[in-house]
Design a protein around this ligand. Structure first.
Ligand SMILES: [Ca+2]
Ligand SMILES: [Ca+2]
Ligand SMILES: [Ca+2]
Ligand SMILES: [Ca+2]
Length: 406
């Protein structure tokens, strides 16, 4: 695994440094500094489908370029055929939107709305299968007013031009909470994961008290829609106001999901800032949700190795950006159940995605009819040779949930 750093002293020209991996450590002999700068943080994606991650972004010549790094030699190519003006900070994603099992840039205009909903602060785009139909949906957190006192989360389904609000009510008793508007260095972002393994992705957000002081992390659970505004999606977010472990962390500034103990159950990491201190504190919260659910955890690896790979040892490679995972199963009522997720679709601006996908199956589905994995590839290339590894020993039980790692 290599490490990519970005440096942007003036938040404009972003320099990219790459420290090359050397098995368990990093090469100490030096690093690669890309000879062009980007207008914003780059996106790591596999542009040419050779399983080697590439670096994509708007370069100093204001065109979109991609830098290939095959054999650790940077080669620049023009990326998009037409000129586009990217929002800064961008939330570019490399993800499959049309179920063809190949990732494409989320810039494709005919499957998503091109204009954001009417709002004064537009947050970062996220792509998840919010309603469990197998297609990725586009989620966007916004502030509706200039002071960022009125917040909302909108969703656009794949193939629809309509923005549907999936969370408008931020009122807890007498108090209105709202998003923190974000800064160029830390834009307004949702962090998504299926916390309760019901097959519908939930979110972690930071909200602030608009009438008092203080801000904290909140869990947004993906629940069936109960009002007219989200009717077209069928799902909405419900804020867990009384999550005491999150509420105990004062002045939280960022929160995301992470699988502590690698048991398939997503836990939470929260960053907070103590009063009059510069350093941030990291809090890890173990998920004690009594889910009694099944899940499948899928990790798509490149299977490539560049050095010290004897012939008889097959490398796993590293976690790929861009693969798409989808399952079909049948729920307890006999209805088809279907959900999908992308692996490492975004990499810039604290997207903090997991390097694998955890797909919750709910309580009843203890089997999958089909599990599909799509890996970006070059046009005309035949289906990639795949090896399936199921670890460890087919299934494991973790107290409340049973899962499979593929
Ligand atoms: Ca590549
Ligand atoms: Ca969907
Ligand atoms: Ca969920
Ligand atoms: Ca865990």
């Amino acid at each position: 695994m290599d490490v990519l750093f970005t440096l942007s002293p003036n938040l404009k020209d972003t320099t990219v440094l790459i420290f090359w991996g050397n098995n368990q450590t990093l090469e100490t002999g030096g690093f690669l500094k890309l000879n062009k700068t980007f207008a914003d943080q780059p996106l790591v994606m596999d542009f040419n489908g050779d399983m080697i991650p590439d670096v994509f972004g708007v370069t100093d010549s204001s065109s979109t370029e991609v830098c290939y790094l095959t054999n650790r030699i940077p080669v620049w190519r023009n990326a998009l055929s037409s000129a586009v003006s990217m929002r800064i900070p961008h939330s570019n994603a490399f993800i499959n939107l049309n179920k063809d099992f190949n990732a494409g840039e989320s810039l494709i205009e005919d499957v998503m709305p091109t204009d954001p909903p009417k709002a004064s602060t537009i947050g970062q785009s996220s792509f998840v299968d919010f309603d469990g139909d197998g297609y990725q949906d586009h989620l966007l957190p916004v502030c509706l007013d200039d002071g960022c006192k009125q917040s909302a989360i909108y969703l656009a389904k794949s193939g629809s031009k309509e923005w549907v609000p999936v969370l408008l009510d931020f009122q807890r008793r007498e108090t209105i909470w709202s998003f923190v508007p974000g800064t160029p260095g830390q834009p307004l972002t949702l962090h998504l994961g299926d916390y309760n393994l019901d097959g519908f992705p939930d979110a972690l957000v930071i909200l602030r008290n608009t009438s008092g002081s203080g801000q904290q992390a909140f869990l947004l659970e993906n629940v069936p829609c109960n009002n007219a505004s989200c009717h077209n999606v069928g799902r909405m977010f419900h804020i867990h106001w009384d999550q005491s472990d999150l509420g105990a962390i004062q002045n939280a500034v960022m929160a995301t999901f992470f699988d502590i103990y690698e048991d398939g159950i997503l836990d939470m990491l929260v960053l907070s800032k103590a009063e009059a201190k510069n350093d941030l504190i990291i809090h890890a919260l173990k998920n004690n949700f009594e889910a009694d659910a099944y899940f499948v955890k899928v990790m798509v690896l490149s299977g490539l190795c560049s050095n010290n790979c004897p012939e008889d040892v097959k490398p796993f490679g590293v976690n790929q950006p861009g693969p798409y995972v989808m399952y079909t199963t049948v729920d307890s009522n006999g209805y088809l159940k279907n959900a999908s997720a992308g692996q490492l679709s975004q990499s810039a601006h604290f997207s903090l995605q997991l390097p694998y996908t955890v797909l919750g199956l709910g309580r009843s589905a203890n089997f999958l009819d089909h599990l599909y994995v799509g890996i970006p590839q070059q046009p005309g290339q035949t289906v990639r040779k795949c090896e399936r590894v199921i670890l460890p020993g087919l299934s494991y039980r973790t107290g409340t949930a049973t899962g499979y790692t593929v």
